[in-house]
Design a protein around this ligand. Sequence first.
Ligand code: HEC
Ligand code: HEC
Length: 371
Amino acid sequence: MATAVMKRYVWGGAVMVVLAACQTASTRVFDGQGQVVCNVAEPACLRAVYSADSRYWPKPQIDDGVVFQELQPLSPNPPPAPEHPEQVALGKALFFEPRLSDDGQVSCASCHLPYQGFAEKSAVSTGVYNRQGRRNAQALMHLGSAHGLFFWDGRASSLEQQALMPLTDHVEMNQDLAKVPSILKQAGYEPRFQAAFGEGINIAAVAKALSEYQRTLRPESTKFDAFLLGDKQALSDEELQGLHLFRTKARCMNCHTGQMLTDGKLHNLNQTLAGRKWEDFGRYEVTQNIEDWGKFKTASLRNLSKTKPWFHHGLFVNLQGVVAMYNIGMREGLAKGAPAESHQPHLDPLIKPLNLTPDERRAVTRFLETL
Ligand code: HEC
Ligand code: HEC
């Protein structure tokens, strides 16, 4: 058997013995039972390999020094009941309460739409008096597990701190915090604050209630979770190829890692749009530290299909286009008038041209759609 190797595919419990010719593209992989040699470019091989526990999956392509977590399913069990249900219920009411805004028209839910993964449809937000913001509203769905960096530039370090910022933001709700207790009192909230906190209406309790509600927001399970939880037919061959590329050649897991597909860190992806209408220097605007030039927080890719448009500027509306941008290594075309700083290279070293073929790019896109 010099020209053929024995391969064991474990598929739906049955062990199939497959004889295959030795190929140069063959890779040594584990199928959960032991080491096998098969070619992961073959759909049957890929499915056998990814049907095993994730410990046996092919090694991801991760650069030195990057802390990596394997992809994890959302728990199939309902989340534990919140410790303070009255606070959560009050927070939910406040989240949908337009009277909290200066013109009485804008609530948190105006920009964070529940049926859109709590993100929004337009590129950038519109707040009170139709004032236009400069960034795309982030999806709110895994805030209990967030890493202490809120907003695209990480400028808030806790949800409680974050919650009051949109209330007073000139564009968003333009409210004077000193007026909030009387507005809520008039709107009949006093008994609900008493029940939830054992005290009258106050700003700290508003922030706490909003935060407790937001901590209960979870992404929806998708067929990607079904796959990770053992339904090995949940992904098509193409989607599975996309998963493999996402972990390997496409390098996505250097940043989109773990259960929520984010490292919670800030990176420069050449997305400052320097010199253009929507220019935005991200973290640098907060710290004035040149190291932070153009850094934005890695977005979770959970429920991606619902949170369109994408990126902090909301200018990407097509996932195939996003993959194409990554494929060419996020090249930046600088506009005239871009500030001097933007001419220095700032691109995160984890971003590199990928050389994905058109079929591979389509597979990655199909995979993203399953999230
Ligand atoms: C006018 C639209 C608008 C309104 C109203 C609004 N938000 Fe936002 N929200 C945004 C935008 C835009 C961002 C991203 C801003 C940034 O990064 O600078 C954001 C970001 C957030 C984040 C950060 C999420 C993360 O992953 O870092 C949270 C939490 C949040 N909003 C909660 C709220 C709450 C609570 C309210 C109501 C009190 C609210 N928002 C009202 C548009 C809005
Ligand atoms: C160096 C870290 C890094 C790598 C590698 C990376 N990303 Fe990202 N990704 C980010 C950051 C940071 C953002 C947010 C950038 C912004 O808004 O300006 C983002 C945003 C996205 C978004 C938009 C999500 C949303 O809700 O707005 C998608 C889709 C995405 N990445 C897919 C991918 C894919 C596919 C790959 C692999 C081909 C990949 N990323 C590789 C860091 C990374």
